[in-house]
Design a protein around this ligand. Sequence first.
Ligand code: AMP
Length: 210
Amino acid sequence: MNIVFLGPPGAGKGTHAQRLMKELNIPQISTGDMFRRAIKEQTPTGLDAKRYMDAGELVPDEVVVAMVKERLAEPDCQNGYILDGFPRTVAQAEALDTIAHIDVALNIDVPDEIIIDRLSGRRVCTACGGTYHVSMLGASTKCPACGAELIQRDDDKPATVKNRLDVYQEKTAPLINYYEKKGVLSTAKCVGGTVDENYALVKAALNAKA
Ligand code: AMP
């Protein structure tokens, strides 16, 4: 099954996609993670993407599409995949349609005020990639899982968060309509609640279409 996760930054796409990946035994493909890895490895794509990411802007469509096309051609994608953070523009969705059939577009609908609190309080482990909210950490700056230093992503800083939400509304939100017209959209309304409760809503939305 080929699944697309839609929703604003901080909606929980990555968290739910990782869980679903294990359940369905298909890979989660996060373009944001791919870019962060490319930046760490200082590849040409990474160096190009960094300036857009730091500003909360989208990396140009042709760069993202080329990267995703290459990834979807790998053998582990043959039985399906979960796209997390791609497509983010109508042009990307159209390019995806030329190489893949999307079975379900799962839209995680979360109010802006929850998003802003989540993103500005998010801390990421520099070693294992674990993600936490400051409210769970007390005064600690170390990863509860592996003990390494936690950092705030540059693009989780307040001014950039605001820009990412504006960019989402302008460029990515139209995809909700795009996939609805194709008859593959299913929405999980996650208004607060625990991660487990929200995951149950995501699963119910998936099962409604799968
Ligand atoms: P994410 O981790 O999905 O929030 O992505 C972090 C940043 O990577 C975004 O703010 C963009 O700058 C860039 N990015 C990730 N996926 C895409 C995409 N599909 N199109 C354009 N830029 C992207």
